[in-house]
Design a protein around this ligand. Structure first.
Ligand SMILES: Cc1cc2nc3c(=O)[nH]c(=O)nc-3n(C[C@H](O)[C@H](O)[C@H](O)COP(=O)(O)OP(=O)(O)OC[C@H]3O[C@@H](n4cnc5c(N)ncnc54)[C@H](O)[C@@H]3O)c2cc1C
Ligand SMILES: NC(=O)c1ccc[n+]([C@@H]2O[C@H](COP(=O)([O-])OP(=O)(O)OC[C@H]3O[C@@H](n4cnc5c(N)ncnc54)[C@H](OP(=O)(O)O)[C@@H]3O)[C@@H](O)[C@H]2O)c1
Length: 256
């Protein structure tokens, strides 16, 4: 496949398997590819004579020389059944354009950044946390990752390692990482859905930090029902979704 105006041809350089249905992979990055942490790329894989395209949040830092992605394998899924067969050295297409509005520049002011993820919805927050501006801008960075089973708590070592990263060290105390495992007991992970944790205020009690209009900016990513229900809960507390030219308190990304 040759490059054209729409995409570049990149190479898979690393693959890490977390569970039979979750993996991370890295690709080469075209020197002209730019993105803002939190944005997504459109990836293409060959399927017969066609190319199947899907949006994928970028996990890596905007200053990394590679691109990193975190993927589910959907049984029978048109894209992921092909993607999950690829090996190091295989080609993958990356659209030249970057996309998406799950970026901190959607917000004005705010003292606490809440990042609420289900499943692979964690991906954009990893990139956002690699950005030193995130650590400088906010007083508290709250990352909540909700999964069904504890082995799906991907990236936990990388998240804990932010505390030792020399780029963030003076701000390391700002990160509050909360795991929620919904289908088994896995202490110290909380055992409830993000929506319930917010509705009952258990999350805020757990952290000793309130969600409120003045200080909280909330990003929500992953399962569309979780995104919608959480947005509605926050809306009732006066938080609104950021729109173009009209900064609010919430930014969302639905994965399907
Ligand atoms: C803006 C955006 C960013 C995305 N970023 C990522 C990402 O970083 N990582 C990732 O794995 N996927 C991501 N997705 C989903 C991804 O684009 C595909 O849907 C996914 O790769 C499955 O493709 P498929 O063709 O195999 O199945 P599809 O036909 O696309 O999906 C079939 C069904 O699988 C389920 N499903 C799809 N994606 C997921 C998922 N990620 N987690 C749980 N269930 C899912 C849904 O029920 C969906 O209806 C993103 C989607 C959007 C819109
Ligand atoms: N993860 C697996 O072991 C597994 C196995 C086989 C197939 N799959 C398929 O893979 C797909 C995605 O699985 P996934 O586990 O990554 O994603 P998921 O179903 O979105 O679950 C991820 C997390 O989001 C929570 N969640 C789901 N709906 C919610 C809502 N409306 N409000 C608040 N929280 C909500 C889940 O809690 P709950 O646990 O309470 O739902 C779980 O903690 C599904 O289509 C599934 O059928 C997954």
């Amino acid at each position: 496949m040759s490059e054209n105006d729409k995409y570049t041809v990149e190479t898979i350089t690393e693959i890490h398997t977390w569970t039979p249905s979750l993996f991370t992979f890295r690709t080469t990055r075209h020197r002209g590819y730019r993105f803002i942490p939190g944005q997504f790329a459109r990836l293409g894989v060959k399927s017969g004579d066609e190319v199947v395209w899907r949006p994928y949040s970028i996990c890596s830092a905007d200053y990394d020389e590679f691109l990193e992605f975190y993927s589910i394998v959907v049984p029978g899924g048109q894209f992921t059944s092909k993607l999950s067969q690829l090996q190091v050295g295989d080609e993958i297409l990356v659209e030249r354009r970057n996309y998406g509005f799950l970026t901190t520049d959607r917000f004005e002011c705010g003292r606490d950044l809440w990042m609420l993820a289900t499943g692979t919805g964690l991906a954009p927050f990893i990139s956002i946390l690699y950005d030193p501006r995130t650590w400088e801008q906010y007083e508290n960075l709250i990352l909540v990752h909700s999964v069904r089973h504890k082995e799906e708590l991907a990236y936990q070592e990388a998240i804990r390692a932010f505390r030792e990263n020399e780029l963030f060290q003076e701000h390391a105390h700002k990160l509050r990482y909360v795991q929620a495992v919904t289908r088994e007991d896995a202490p110290p992970a909380l055992r409830d859905r993000v929506t319930n944790l917010i509705a009952t205020r258990e999350l805020e009690r757990h952290l000793g930090l309130d969600i409120d209009v003045d200080r909280s900016r909330v990003m929500i990513c992953g399962n569309p029902e979780m995104v919608e229900e959480t947005r509605e809960l926050l809306h009732r507390r006066g938080l609104t979704v950021s729109r173009r030219g009209q900064p609010g308190h919430i930014a969302v990304e639905n994965y399907w």
